[in-house]
Design a protein around this ligand. Structure first.
Ligand code: NDP
Ligand code: GDR
Length: 371
């Protein structure tokens, strides 16, 4: 039985990857951070009581900032594969906490690679690094592929640049099977609530159900190549099953704007929108609303506005990936379109919003936490 260790198992990708590896018969170990309350919602459905014999799913307390902890866990598990998905993964937050982001995202990767080497596992343990399209930043070529030069635009992207190169360096210097997946944005109903797609689907669902009045966003002109996390974790696993380690771009090859994603989400919730104005003065008005799906809004309501608080000190305006290498060498083709993904996310958030609206109608307090 193959043994895998996943950092970031409690996150979006970690949870889908853990499911996939369990399906494939792996023993799956994950590192979770100690928090003041449970933070395992995304993996609760695959959690196995540690008292159960032969359990194939195990969580270990740990942190990418703690060398001795990482070394001990790897020494105990002796993994065949390590997937380094753990990170302070929010680009805007990295401007607020640049040093922490560098410690976890850049040096955290070095800590893992060095632990593998120090323990003499460099010929046994295969290593996957969660690299990112943010490396391209100020894009030098459209679309972006494996050979496109990098120009990172945030402390997050600069930290990930270090992680990218240290992974390449351990492959070249020590012959380790170590590779980078340069993944473009990927989303799902499990996406963190403060990334733009989930912020939009959750906000629109809450507005449709009368739980919120208005969704405030930053740069709506921003263009992204959005795929589904389920498709992308399959590729993470495939990359560790080759004869030779190589780096791959994972993307759909199509891009849309944040504004288009808002329009698409609203339409899924039965709301047709009209956008007016430019820059900070832009807003969206309801043209029509299906009373069965969106009882909380009526024609004329302004439900989307711009708040410059969400602008970034340096923006990545456009990202579009070229996944030709992944298609040709690994036969990987994304199966879920951005429209299907958006529909799935809105449906999930509408379900929750309806439950919350019902609770509220019966006098219960419901959380509509926002940043
Ligand atoms: P999430 O933000 O959903 O998950 C991040 C995970 O990292 C969580 O499990 C989080 O734990 C954990 N984590 C955060 N800080 C630490 C730390 N100090 N020590 C250990 N673990 C930590 O990210 P995604 O699942 O979306 O992304 C997975 C990886 O892929 C990340 O590295 C991200 O940067 C990268 N990536 C993501 C893309 C995307 O579009 N989703 C695209 C390209 C790259 P907790 O649950 O406790 O917060
Ligand atoms: P990104 O994702 O920065 O691409 O990083 P995010 O969803 O945060 O932003 C995408 C684009 O939308 C614009 N935007 C807003 N973003 C947020 N979060 N909130 C807003 O209100 C808002 N309004 C407009 C942003 O400015 C940006 O242009 C994600 C993360 O998962 C990274 O970890 C990963 O490496 C990259 O994708 C690829």
């Amino acid at each position: 039985m193959k043994r895998a260790l996943i950092t970031g198992i409690t996150g979006q990708d970690g949870s889908y990857l853990a499911e996939l590896l369990l399906e494939k018969g792996y023993e799956v170990h994950g590192i979770k951070r100690r928090a003041s309350s449970f933070n395992t919602q995304r993996v609760d459905h695959i959690y196995e009581d540690p008292h159960v014999e032969n359990s194939r799913f195990r969580l270990h307390y740990g942190d990418l900032s703690d060398t001795s902890n990482l070394t001990r866990i790897i020494s105990e598990i002796q993994p065949d594969e390590v997937y380094n998905l753990g990170a302070q993964s929010h680009v805007a937050v990295s401007f607020e906490s640049p040093e922490y982001t560098a410690d976890v995202d850049a040096i955290g990767t070095l800590r893992l690679l060095e632990a593998i080497r120090f323990l003499g596992l460099e010929k046994k343990t295969r290593f996957y690094q969660a690299s990112t399209s943010e490396l391209y930043g100020l894009v030098q070529e459209i679309p972006q592929k494996e050979t496109t030069p990098f120009h990172p635009r945030s402390p997050y992207a600069v930290a990930k640049l270090y992680a990218y190169w240290i992974t390449v360096n351990y492959r070249e210097a020590y012959g380790m099977y170590a590779c980078n997946g340069i993944l473009f944005n990927h989303e799902s109903p499990r996406r963190g609530e403060t990334f733009v797609t989930r912020k939009i689907t959750r906000g629109i669902a809450n507005i449709a159900q009368g739980l919120e009045k208005c969704l405030f966003l930053g740069n709506m002109d921003s263009l992204r190549d959005w795929g589904h996390a389920k498709d992308y974790v399959r590729m993470q696993w495939m990359m560790l099953q080759q004869e030779q380690p190589e780096d791959f771009v994972i993307a759909t090859g199509k891009q849309i704007s944040v504004r288009e994603f808002v329009r698409m989400s609203a339409s899924e919730a039965g709301i047709e929108l009209n956008f007016t104005g430019e820059g900070v003065d832009e807003y969206a008005t309801v043209v029509s609303a299906d009373p069965a799906k969106a009882p909380g809004v009526k024609a004329g309501d302004v439900i989307v506005r711009v708040d410059p608080r969400y602008f970034r000190p340096a923006e990545v305006e456009t990202l579009l990936g070229d996944p030709t290498k992944a298609k040709e060498k690994l036969g990987w083709v994304p199966q879920i379109t951005v429209e299907e993904m958006c529909a799935e996310m809105v449906a999930a958030d509408l379900d929750t919003a309806k439950q919350h609206a019902l609770l509220k109608a019966h006098g219960h307090q419901v959380s509509v936490a926002k940043e």
